[in-house]
Design a protein around this ligand. Structure first.
Ligand SMILES: [Mg+2]
Length: 169
């Protein structure tokens, strides 16, 4: 039996776009470690992601430099529960042009299929993950940071999980 797929979730550029691309986004100020962050968040994102996870029997996980702060500052504002966190800020070394989050992600997934919603991934990340022992099937969903996560991204994930990764061996 296949292991449960993962849905990896970024914050900045995905849940928090760089501009207010839709009226659904509301402005939020939050203070983390004494720094003020101005965010644009859409309360529909949580329910949409939760139904995607439920329907595809997948597990949502944070893959963001917000790390645990995402559970405190982001999750309640978009309607998500507390989620597991991939620690991505520990060793920001990139050897082949891959994103600094890509190595920690490769270690974390441990062979489980995964979809990764992020605005900062390139072909270097795809190459890195394909070459990395222990990384199984995956889909990188490239989100435009100016617009944030939308229905097309969720549909891509749903299609891939139900058509490929979700299929029985
Ligand atoms: Mg980002």
């Amino acid at each position: 039996m296949r292991s449960k797929p993962l849905l990896l979730l970024d914050v900045d550029g995905v849940l928090n776009p760089s501009r207010r691309s839709s009226l659904r986004y509301r402005r939020h100020n939050c203070v983390v470690d004494g720094g003020l962050y101005r965010l644009l968040l859409d309360r529909r994102h949580g329910p949409l992601l939760l139904s995607l996870a439920r329907d595809t029997n997948a597990e949502l996980v944070w893959a963001t430099t917000w790390e645990e702060h995402a559970n405190v500052e982001i999750a309640p504002r978009v309607g998500l529960p507390r989620l597991p966190v991939i620690r991505v800020t520990g060793d920001p070394v990139s050897k082949a042009g891959e994103h600094f989050k890509t190595r920690p992600v490769a270690d974390y997934v441990d062979g489980r299929p995964f979809v990764w919603f992020d605005d900062g991934l390139t072909t270097a990340d795809d190459d890195y993950l394909r070459a990395h022992e222990g990384v199984g099937d995956f889909l990188l969903v490239h989100v435009d940071a100016r617009h944030g996560l939308d229905g097309n991204h969720l549909a891509q994930a749903r299609e891939w999980l139900t058509g490929t990764a979700g299929a029985a061996d």
